[in-house]
Write a protein that binds this ligand. Structure first.
Ligand SMILES: Nc1ncnc2c1ncn2[C@@H]1O[C@H](COP(=O)(O)OP(=O)(O)OP(=O)(O)O)[C@@H](O)[C@H]1O
Length: 231
């Protein structure tokens, strides 16, 4: 087994500087690891800190304490202590984040948005185009939308473009936040399949899914964040 994420003694307390420096402890002493091929689902009540933990794993939020070793290019790198350039390299080559929202870039077509990760990793343009089209078709995005920029798309359409971009070439580690929030049952099933395929190909998955049926189909293991609430 290859450990892809090793979380060591991570704590998070938010300090609200605009509210008299009020301190909001979220969790303390979080320890766990995630292996290649696993899907760890974060569980726990609303407000327990699931989203905060996912953002900490991506290097977006800085934990108050602890280390997070990400296996990047074959060796562990602590993303908490890494310089910004290293964090960007980890994200480009190893660590993907699938949020429920697409970051829309003006005037860039849907097909280009989905092709981009393949091209960035050196795929031939024709191959990238074919794989992007196949992924968009699989997610039932109508072909008439493929050459349009997604700024005007519906919430569910944008979400599917985002999923297509993320799964066209799955990262070794994928952090997933509510990927099925605005999707109908058929497209939810496609996302569940895409996650299973990424896992079978060796990706390590950490995700948040509010839909219980989806959660149960995706999870190989659960982590209840409530257990780490600061006393
Ligand atoms: N940027 C922030 N600044 C201050 N407090 C924050 C910030 N982000 C989250 N919090 C607080 O941290 C706690 C955990 O929030 P978080 O969003 O991680 O919980 P969650 O388990 O994902 O909740 P939900 O299931 O409702 O989405 C909450 O009390 C929240 O108010």
């Amino acid at each position: 087994m290859t450990t892809m994420i090793q979380v060591e003694n991570v704590a998070k307390t938010f300090t609200l500087h605009n509210q008299g420096g009020a301190r909001l402890p979220v969790f303390d002493n979080v320890n766990f690891s995630v292996e290649a091929g696993e899907a760890l689902v974060l569980a726990g009540a609303s407000g327990a800190g699931k989203s905060s933990l996912l953002r900490i794993l991506y290097g977006n939020y800085r934990p108050t304490a602890g280390a997070i070793r990400i296996t990047h290019a074959g060796r562990p790198v602590d993303i908490v202590a890494a310089v910004p350039r290293t964090v960007l390299d980890i994200r480009r080559r190893t660590l993907g984040f699938v949020s429920q929202f697409l970051r829309v870039i003006p005037r860039v077509s849907t097909l280009d948005i989905v092709r981009d990760p393949l091209l960035a990793r050196g795929a031939m343009p024709e191959t990238a185009t074919e794989r992007a089209k196949a992924m968009l078709a699989r997610l039932n995005l109508p072909e008439r939308l493929w050459n349009l920029a997604p700024a005007t798309f519906s919430g569910g359409e944008q979400q599917r473009v985002n999923i297509a971009r993320s799964f066209v070439d799955p990262s070794a580690i994928m952090l997933i936040d509510e990927p099925t929030a605005s999707l109908d049952a058929a497209n939810r099933d496609v996302v569940v399949d895409l996650i299973a395929e990424a896992r079978a190909a060796g990706s390590a998955i950490v995700g948040i899914f509010h839909d219980e049926a989806v959660r149960e189909r995706v999870a190989t293991r659960y982590l209840d964040i409530t257990a780490f609430r600061k006393a």
